[in-house]
Design a protein around this ligand. Sequence first.
Ligand code: NG6
Ligand code: CA
Length: 514
Amino acid sequence: RVRPLVDMFVAFVIAIGGLLLVGVDRDCAAGDARELPNIVVIYGDDIGYGDFGCYGGTGVDTANIDALADGGMRFTSAYCTAATCTPSRYSLLTGQYAFRNQAAKILPGNAPLIIDTDRPNLVGFLRSAGYRTGLVGKWHLGLGHADQPLDWNGKIAPGPAEVGFDESFNMAATADRVPSVYIRDGRVVDLDPSDPIGVNYQSKIGNEPTGRSHPELLKVQADDQHSCTIVNGVSRIGYMTGGKAARFKDEDMADTYLNEAIGFVRRNKDQPFFLYYAPNENHVPRVIHPRFAGSSGLGPRGDALMVFDWCVGRFVETLRSEGLEQNTLIILSSDNGPVLFDGYWDGAINRSGDHQAAGPWRGGKYSRWEGGTRMPLITYWPGTITPGVSDALISQVDLFRSIAAMIKTPFPDDAEMDGQDVSAALLGHTDQGREFVIQEALTQLAVRQGDWKYLPPGSITERAGIDQWKSITVDEPGWLFNLADDPGEKDNVAADHPDKVAQLRRIIADVAPE
Ligand code: NG6
Ligand code: CA
């Protein structure tokens, strides 16, 4: 008669022990929503490999980011998928190379959504896995349907919500493109219905001054493409009318996004959350809040980096004060390489001093050279990630699959398969990342494998200083560089290594069949 009671007691002890184990061991937590780590992606804009102090940047004090690198993993061979914004962001969220989607090119502010909402993506995946998902900052992946005009004065959909974000506070595209307003959960913030918004990228609408007609009204002079409607003393790409009360002030944008990011964390701290925090810095126009203006000595571009660093510091401090730091993985990176002049005469070229925004690498935004896509990448998770520096080869297209592996939730069978599981490298357990990385600039591809970098034949267009572009032709059989001997990609050694050229060319042909 005593036996069942003993059995029950033993079972009870085992059950309690099991529960305790689950409580302390994150590895046992699969499927238990309460044990999932929070995940925050902090995604800078146009920030280059060499911009932060921890990557050798001089002239800008990035103490907060340097502290993340000191306490986490800092990667030296991490790549965004493309040298411009839209394709990189597309790949990060979908796990698909952007060149597979014709629409994944730099989008105007009134472009339709380019993410297929019927396919799995990182955000929807995390939501299904039990996460509360939030977007704060730059979107630039399109809004609305392709076959019907978008009404900016009603519900703006499909967009972030249909991609999987429970909460969103974002601008439509870039700060230099209209409409210059914030959108919260699919509706323009502070919109006065009696002053409806109109947007046009083909021809002028309304009778407001433009950069072309009224350059004397501008805070910063702009090139022709950036000389349409003036909002907040800055002429933009594209025309807009109405929405006066809703228009943003560039000077306040960083604080606005930071406060939204902090608000998201505080609201959702009692459940696992995923936050995609995408500040505007270092994209143009670089219109700096007075308390940071002049803080770097490098002009507005350096000042914008100071702003970014300060925001990162405040954000991490919030995680710390909320007691979330030990249970939050932060992934900090950028969407494409640096650019000094990008439409506005803000002094970035003249005032860059010794600061090498792309670090030791050639080129920057828009280019297939290393500077276009080799990005700063820091992963930070105190207590879980042991601090270090890693040269593991990583592409941002890997994040979806790697995050799925980290939270031990099966990667959907029907998800895009361009990404690989490099979670062990991201957590600092190994220096082994992917075998090769594909780089894209303006739809043209390149490949890096080990020390080798190969650019297939074709022409390259790149920004060549103020208001200029230059075209370079890569001739047959393409250009090969040995990055160990020649990090600046100056010395084409294709003729000496025909086998290497053929092998790398084959990688591109396999990944992207003509
Ligand atoms: C380019 C703009 C540039 C910037 C870029 C998008 C011109 C000449 N250049 O077309 O200023 O807005 O698009 O940047 O208009 S990105 O980081 O969002 O890709
Ligand atoms: Ca960008």
